[in-house]
Structure formats: structure tokens, C-alpha cells
Design a protein around this ligand. Structure first.
Ligand code: NMX
Ligand code: MLT
Length: 442
């Protein structure tokens, strides 16, 4: 057994009594209360999910297993000369809570390489999509088609104990994770290179570098890929993609169904698709300006025109964050180092100086600061991935690392089927009327 799986097994055994104790001794303790506006307003802020893999503080941003992003990028092992760490190391960290050594990461790399193939029928599914299909729809279908490979399903049918669900789920998750970049690169090649740029994986390379190779991109795109997959990996459990993955897996659907559902959730413009929206919106501005950098006044006008036409400013705002997203900052620092003179980066930079004040004046968005999507497309564009429809596929590859890690733990801790309760509008009205009557009677 790999040392990752061994360590994970130990961690699971150590953790299980904590969950049992919480349920047994404190099962009836109140953790949160729910207001009418939370029920109607997308359940915003209700504490109703448990995960130890990441935590999002509104003012600090994401921590993976207690580490901030700069700490993760600094402490995870890297290959010689690389700026960004191995993505495989992040999988170890998210699953076990421990920073892996280089030896441990190298072992996972070998394991991933052994799983790094995509069956022919997946390529057939991708090839059969009609032109004009969005790459996220293709990715979702490609992942669903892999469902027949699920070891969990075989074991489940054979009648394994609930205590062992996590083991075959781990195998499915690791298989899928090793294949995701290959599927992504195949879709890219099929859609934008007429199938002419297809490459088989280079088994000497780690996940990030191999993805760059399969995309036909030179250095530092290997570091761009590592950075991209790592910063998008997890954002605690309430965001649409993570929550969808968790919800679907809670019915004991296998990880292929769950990750396909995760992909579908990520494909919305209020969530992961915002990265392509940012590029589309910036291109509109560039066209309006005949490629000249707009003055501050011209930029402000473009932002106000967008708002006044009833649209959102893509890449700004957040349901939880109340400050600049640290994932934005990580990418901004990368841009300042590697592409400070890039035209689009200059636009993004200029927007950073005008949008927050405008959103404050506009008075609607609770968070006027940029999120991860405000920067990410610009980096891709700079390195030649200009087909912005594709950007959310990259987000999905990264996000699958966190969602799969969570699903393995969900199974390990025996989390049940998710099934919240709904009420009718009548019921809500009666409930608030009763309160008003009670207050009047006092
Ligand atoms: N531009 C204009 N209006 C905004 C923006 C924005 N960037 N952000 C929020 N608002 C509006 C929002 O539409 C809502 O309006 P209304 O009352 O008319 O419905 C109001 O401000 C209050 O919304 P919030 O409570 O601040 O935000 P909420 O939690 O509902 O939504 C987002 C969060 C991220 C969906 C929202 O900020 C948004 O639409 N941002 C632009 C799209 C985007 O960048 N999404 C990517 C998020 C990160 N990700 O990768 O998933
Ligand atoms: C995410 O990465 O999932 C987004 O920032 C959205 C969220 O956290 O709600």
C-alpha cells in the first residue's frame, strides 16, 4: 500500500472517534440559527457542512488544512528550478493534513503515472460532440462516461462494509484525478487544434508539467498549470461546485457521477465560468478602445455602463470573502514577475484601481473586491491559451482535487445522505405572523 494511503488510513482511524463523540455526546447542541433571509437567499452563511480540508475566513481567505496559500506554495515540495510546487503534493496535504516530504510526493507521482491513461471510449465521447458544444459540457460527459470503471460500485455490489467505502473511493478518486488533465488536454486539442496537436503523456513529467506538455506549451506554462490547479483546488464546502460534488456523492453515487455534477455546477457564470466572462468583458473594452489602454475616466465609464445595463462585473464580489481574494494576489504576483508589460494585465491592474470604489458607490455588492477569476484568464491568455471558453475546464481540473479529497473523507466518516428540509411560503408567513402577534400581545 502507498504511504499516502497508509497515512490516510491512520488519520481516518484517529478521526472517527471524534465524529462519533460529537454525535453521541453533543448531537443536540445548537451551532447556528436560520433566518428567513438565509432560507430565501441561497442559504448564505448557514453553518451546515463539515470539512477539515479547507476553511474560508472572510477577511483572510482560504486555508488548506490550516495553511494559507502562500504557505502552501512555499512549503510543498517542488521540482528543481520550479517556482510552483508539485500538484501531487497538494493531494497528500489535503487528504492527510500533513506536509509531504519529497520522497512521499515522488511516490504519489509514480502512482499517478500508472493511472495516467484514458480509455478509447472517452476519446470517442469527446470526438462525438457537435461543434459549438461548450468544453465544460464535453468534460462533464467525458467524466460521466468513465463511470463504468468505478471500483466502488463493484465493491458495493459485492456487499462491502460501510467502514471500507473510503478505500475503493480513494482508488476511484486517484484514478480520476490522474486522468483529468489528460481529458482536459484532449478536449483542448480536439476543439481548438483540430486534433492535430494531440500528444500522449510524457511519463517523465509531474502532473503540472505533463499537462503543459500535452497542451503543447513551453515553460513557464508548467508552473502556470501547477499554480492554477493548486489555487483552485478547494474553497471549503459550501461553494456550488464543492457542495454539488458532496451532495451527489452523499447518495453513494460514485465519484465519476459526483465530479461530473461538480463540473456542471462550476459551469455557471456566477461561479467558475466567471473566468471566461472576465476575458470576454475585457475584450469588449479593448475593442472599444481600439487596443489603447483606456484612461481612468474611460475605464470607469465602461464599468458603470456594465452595471447600468443590469450586468455584474465579472471577477468581482464574493458570497463569503470580504477582501481581495488571496488567489487573486498569488496570480497578480506571478504576473508582476513574469508578464508586467502584458496588455491585458495592464487592464486588469487598472480595473483593480477603479472597480472596488465603483461597486461601493453602486451600493449593492457586499464585497467590492476582486475574486480568483479576475486574474486567471489573463495569465492563460498571455501564454497562448486564448480560447477563453476553455478556462473553466482548468478550474474544474483543480477543483476536482479538493472535491475528491472531501468525498473520500465523507465516506470514511460515514456522512449520511444529504437531505435538508424545505418549507412553503405559507409556512414562512405563518411563522413570522405568529412572532409579530406574540410581540403585539406583550
Ligand atoms: N457586480 C455587480 N453587482 C454585484 C456584483 C458584481 N461583481 N457582486 C454582487 N453584486 C450584486 C448582486 O448581483 C446582488 O444584486 P441584487 O440585490 O440585485 O440581486 C447584490 O450585489 C448583493 O449580492 P452579494 O450578496 O454581494 O453577492 P452574492 O453572495 O449574492 O453573490 C457572486 C456572489 C460571486 C455571485 C457575485 O458577487 C457576482 O455575481 N460576482 C460576479 C461574478 C463572479 O465573479 N463570480 C465568480 C465568483 C468566484 N468563483 O469563482 O466562483
Ligand atoms: C470558489 O472557489 O468556489 C468560489 O470562490 C466561490 C465560493 O467560494 O463561493
Amino acid at each position: 500500500m502507498s504511504s499516502l494511503k497508509n497515512t490516510l488510513r491512520k488519520k481516518i482511524q484517529e478521526h472517527r472517534p471524534r465524529t462519533t463523540e460529537l454525535l453521541k455526546k453533543h448531537g443536540n447542541k445548537v451551532i447556528d440559527q436560520v433566518t428567513v433571509s438565509q432560507i430565501i437567499g441561497g442559504m448564505r452563511g448557514i453553518k451546515s457542512l463539515v470539512t477539515d480540508i479547507s476553511y474560508l475566513d472572510p477577511y483572510e481567505g482560504i486555508r488548506y488544512r490550516g495553511f494559507t496559500l502562500p504557505e502552501v506554495l512555499d512549503k510543498l515540495p517542488k521540482s528543481k528550478g520550479a517556482e510552483m510546487p508539485y500538484v501531487e503534493g497538494l493531494y497528500y496535504l489535503l487528504l492527510t493534513g500533513e506536509m509531504p516530504t519529497l520522497d512521499e510526493v515522488e511516490e504519489i507521482m509514480v502512482d499517478f503515472k500508472n493511472r495516467r491513461t484514458i480509455p478509447h471510449y472517452v476519446k470517442d465521447v469527446i470526438d462525438s460532440f457537435p461543434s459549438g458544444s461548450h468544453p465544460m459540457a464535453i468534460l462533464s460527459a467525458a467524466v460521466t462516461s468513465l463511470e463504468r470503471e468505478s471500483l466502488f460500485n463493484i465493491k458495493y455490489k459485492a456487499g462491502i462494509s460501510k467502514m471500507d467505502y473510503w478505500d475503493s473511493t480513494y482508488e476511484d478518486a486517484t484514478n480520476l484525478l490522474a486522468k483529468m488533465p489528460l481529458i482536459g488536454a484532449y478536449i483542448y486539442n480536439k476543439l481548438y487544434q483540430n486534433g492535430n496537436g494531440h500528444r500522449y503523456p510524457d511519463q517523465s513529467l509531474d502532473l503540472g508539467a505533463n499537462f503543459a506538455y500535452m497542451m503543447g506549451k513551453d515553460k513557464p506554462y508548467d508552473d502556470v498549470s501547477r499554480m492554477y490547479f493548486i489555487i483552485h483546488a478547494d474553497h471549503e464546502s459550501g461553494n456550488v461546485s464543492a457542495h454539488t460534488g458532496h451532495l451527489v456523492a452523499s447518495s453513494l453515487s460514485d465519484v465519476y457521477y459526483a465530479i461530473s455534477a461538480m463540473i456542471n455546477g462550476l459551469a455557471g457564470p456566477l461561479h467558475g465560468l466567471a473566468n471566461q466572462e472576465v476575458l470576454r468583458w475585457l475584450q469588449g473594452l479593448k475593442e472599444q478602445m481600439n487596443d489603447e489602454l483606456p484612461s481612468e475616466e474611460e475605464m470607469k465609464k465602461y464599468v458603470w455602463d456594465t452595471l447600468n445595463s443590469g450586468q455584474v462585473i465579472p471577477g468581482y464580489g464574493h458570497a463569503v470573502l470580504r477582501k481581495t481574494d488571496p488567489r487573486y494576489t498569488v496570480q497578480r504576483e506571478f504576473c508582476l514577475k513574469h508578464m508586467p508589460d502584458d496588455d491585458l494585465f495592464k487592464y486588469v491592474n487598472a480595473l483593480y484601481h477603479v472597480v472596488p470604489d465603483i461597486l461601493k458607490e453602486h451600493g449593492k455588492a457586499k464585497n467590492p473586491w476582486p475574486n480568483v477569476d479576475a486574474q486567471s484568464g489573463v495569465v492563460q491568455w498571455h501564454y497562448g491559451v486564448t480560447e477563453y471558453d476553455f478556462y473553466t475546464v482548468l478550474f474544474a481540473i483543480g477543483r476536482s482535487i479538493g472535491v475528491l479529497s472531501n468525498i473520500i473523507w465523507d465516506r470514511a466518516l460515514g456522512y449520511p445522505l444529504e437531505r435538508p428540509k424545505s418549507v412553503t411560503t405559507d409556512m414562512l408567513e405563518k411563522k413570522v405572523e405568529k412572532k409579530v402577534e406574540l410581540i403585539k400581545a406583550l
